[in-house]
Design a protein around this ligand. Structure first.
Ligand code: 5RP
Length: 224
């Protein structure tokens, strides 16, 4: 990855760490931007239990010395049934804070942990900001059993479908990366795709979009 893009991801991650407070419960996304956040959060030494959206993030959080909680346990207290904040990157984000996620293939657990959080802070470098979603191929997690059926349905919708080679999600499913879909109404498309039998989840985050966006630019971070 270009050094400049790396610097921008780091800057956004460090800014998000400033929002953390002792005792809050934090959901962790997956990917290179969140990896910077995990490392920095560990160095901060705050008492913040974390819920991880992937095995990859769990390994990184363990290495950073963070206290890991399972999602079910973290939200089982009826007086406090949500995580306080979810921090994650994105592959694309639009002006309404709708996102495409899942470049790392962790979209299903990411969406669950995001939905179980009171606030979603999205941390990105400037290349992720778009006017309209849809250039980045949309990751869709699918049961392998349904691969051909779902591919046919997506093709009917105008999609060009590429199966992600040599990849299985943490849940043991395949990912189809799809271009050519109509993103004029992301919320409607998100719902429509999830109604196809065999689709586990798709990478449009519109039902649960971001609340705050921190963008790294020229090595500095700002809220947009
Ligand atoms: C993983 C994701 C990531 O948030 C997304 O792919 C961005 O990754 P990165 O921070 O490496 O650019 O959705 O499933």
């Amino acid at each position: 990855m270009a050094k400049k893009q790396d610097d921008d991801k780091l800057a956004a991650a460090l800014k998000a760490v400033e929002e953390m407070r002792p005792g809050i419960k934090v959901g962790l996304g997956t990917g290179s931007t969140v990896s910077y956040f995990i490392e920095a959060l560990g160095k901060e030494g705050l008492d913040v239990p974390v819920v991880c959206s992937s095995r990859d993030s769990e390994q990184k959080a363990t290495k950073a010395g963070l206290k890991i909680m399972e999602l079910n346990k973290a939200i089982s207290d009826s007086n406090r049934p949500m995580l306080d904040v979810y921090v994650d990157g994105a592959d694309e984000i639009d002006p309404l804070y709708n996102m495409i996620k899942g470049g790392g293939g962790a979209l299903t657990r990411e969406k669950i942990v995001a939905a179980a959080s009171l606030e979603f802070i999205c941390i990105v470098d400037g290349s992720k900001i778009v006017k309209q979603l849809g250039k980045f191929p949309l990751p869709i997690e699918v049961l392998e059993f349904a691969e051909v059926y779902v591919t046919n349905e997506l093709t009917e919708l105008g999609g060009q479908v590429v199966k992600r080679k040599g990849f299985k999600t943490d849940e043991g499913n395949i990912i189809l990366d799809v271009t050519g879909l109509d993103f004029s109404d992301p919320l409607q498309l998100e719902t429509e795709l999830n109604n196809i039998p065999g689709v586990v989840e798709n990478g449009i985050f519109s039902v649960r979009n971001a609340d705050k966006v921190i963008v790294g630019k020229n090595g500095k971070a700002e809220y947009i």
